[in-house]
Design a protein around this ligand. Structure first.
Ligand SMILES: [Cu+2]
Length: 57
């Protein structure tokens, strides 16, 4: 959920997932089906980067 007071997006570096602009309180969900490390960033503020690590159960 976007808790900030400005919009942000979630965009995969490899393009595999991409949210619309998320206003305050908006949520975005994506279901990963394969383990791996998925780097993403905010397309409105490209210096905002992070990653999701998906592990097998
Ligand atoms: Cu942003």
């Amino acid at each position: 959920m976007n808790d900030d007071d400005t919009p942000h997006t979630v965009r995969a570096v490899d393009g595999s997932f991409h949210s619309k602009a998320l206003d305050t309180g908006d949520r975005y969900a994506f279901t990963f089906t394969r383990p791996g490390v998925y780097s993403y960033f905010c397309s409105l503020h490209p210096r905002m980067t992070a990653k999701v690590i998906v592990k097998t159960p």
